[in-house]
Design a protein around this ligand. Structure first.
Ligand code: GCU
Length: 437
């Protein structure tokens, strides 16, 4: 009985009721203790060591998950809580008061081939940050368009040569071209056209919805800016949300808008993101079943690469350099990642049976491309349990060749970057599962 308050304390107030209903309502207290759920948030020191990737179909109490219903009703909710407590921190519930304002709509974009909308999405208290969504929709289509949604690193204005797109007015990475004193300038317009390849995507029949990550949370070790202070109930705790959780939650807010825009197909929303924003894309898909397909590109540690093992970036390296990305519990695994009660294949499994594509580059060893393939293979049993295919083969495909199972994989020659060649692969994969073209 004593365990209940501990579990409930570690969830934000707003989530406590949800946790209580989902987890505890159907069980008596004795039942909980017998099942071992009571120990769900065991202190890290008491967690068992799993040197290899843990079996995703063994629940935290050691019991086997043998049916799709057991996965959906028990193991999936359990993993959602475990990932929040031990790694990313708890995401707040969706705000009740989301509003969207179309500031500008231009039906004659790309010489009439597209419609551009600039949308401001507001939610929470008035002082909370707003999402400035850039949406480009193909005009030639027979019905609502499938859409790629994702965050960008350097502002919407960097993705197109268009003086009407406002510059972000807050902190921005100094590594973004044309930035001065950590602020975007006119010189940064159109500097990332190839990174998002919007025009090519439109010509393939897909809409693109994107916004600057700093709209939701500037990428600094500082929780006093961005959405955190406005949606945090009480003081921060060891499992309060970090920046990656906040970014994912921000994508969910964009999805709130997308599902209501009749130009878009609410059943064909694909999330995409590069690197830290790829980690974000995978987490966003894991936690939001409205997202139909996920493409975390070169996401690496804390996203698509295993936390275990010695290849590429380690848990300690990522926590030391980016202490704000994850919660404080995750830092306790710095020197003992084999104690994490899951690994990233379980995050992929949370997306099941929806398709997921990992894309990589040979020289991007920091993101551990081979380890990422092993993550997909380890998620495969969950897809099979749910009655779909998973990986197409147990070996990665040759460089430059898409392996297009529902757990898809691609590695190209070259470095850490997002380029038009990557978008061609994203589109090919999306075509297969969205039935386009
Ligand atoms: C760093 C970090 C990676 C991250 C990458 C990026 O290299 O260590 O984890 O993916 O930045 O976001 O570009």
């Amino acid at each position: 009985m004593s365990i209940l308050p501990a579990i409930l304390r570690s969830a934000p107030a707003s989530l406590r009721l949800g946790v209580f209903l989902v987890v505890f309502a159907p069980l008596s207290l004795t039942g909980i203790q017998e099942m071992g759920i009571a120990e769900e948030f065991l202190p890290v020191a008491r967690l068992p060591v799993h040197p290899d990737l843990p079996d995703p179909l063994i629940a935290f109490d050691g019991s086997r998950v043998a049916t799709p219903d057991d996965w959906t009703a028990r193991r999936r909710p359990e993993l959602l809580r475990l990932f929040q407590h031990y790694m990313y921190g708890f995401l707040p519930p969706a705000p009740a008061n989301l509003r969207a304002k179309v500031e500008l709509s231009d039906a004659n974009y790309f010489q009439g081939r597209a419609t551009k909308k600039q949308v401001t999405i507001s939610f929470g208290p008035d002082a909370a940050p707003k999402i400035h969504l850039l949406l480009v929709i193909p005009n030639r289509r027979s019905g609502p368009a499938p859409v790629f949604v994702g965050m960008n690193f350097c502002g919407n204005h960097a993705l197109l040569n268009d003086p009407q797109i406002p510059l972000p007015d807050q902190w921005i990475y100094s590594s973004c071209q044309g930035t001065q004193g950590e602020r975007a300038t006119e010189a940064s317009r159109g500097t990332q056209i190839d990174t998002w390849a919007i025009e090519a995507t439109i010509d393939r029949g897909y809409a693109v919805a994107t916004f600057y990550s700093g709209d939701v949370d500037p990428d600094r070790n500082d929780f006093s800016d961005g959405v955190h202070p406005h949606f945090q109930s009480g003081p921060r705790t060891v499992d309060s949300w970090g920046t990656i959780a906040a970014w994912s939650w921000g994508i969910h807010r964009a999805v709130d808008y997308l599902v209501a825009d009749s130009d878009l197909d609410r059943k064909r929303i694909a999330v995409v993101g590069h690197s830290r924003l790829g980690k974000t894309a995978l987490l966003a898909a894991a936690f939001d079943e409205r997202i139909a397909l996920a493409i975390p590109h070169q996401a690496g540690c804390g996203g698509t690469a295993p936390s275990r093992g010695k290849v590429g970036e380690s848990v300690k390296q990522i926590n030391d350099r980016f202490p704000h990305w994850f919660d404080d519990v995750f830092k306790q695994f710095n020197d003992q990642p084999e104690k994490i009660p899951f690994d990233q294949h379980c995050l992929v499994a949370l997306v099941a049976p929806r398709p997921v594509l990992f894309t990589n580059a040979v020289e991007d060893t920091w993101a551990n491309p081979d380890g990422q393939f092993a993550v997909l293979v380890a998620a495969d049993p969950v897809y099979r349990l749910l009655g779909t295919d998973g990986v197409k083969a147990k070996m990665p495909p040759p460089v430059g060749e898409l392996q297009d199972g529902r757990l898809g994989y691609f590695v190209r020659a070259g470095k850490h970057s997002m380029i038009p060649e990557d978008w061609q692969v994203f589109l090919k994969f999306a075509d297969k599962y969205f039935g386009q073209n």
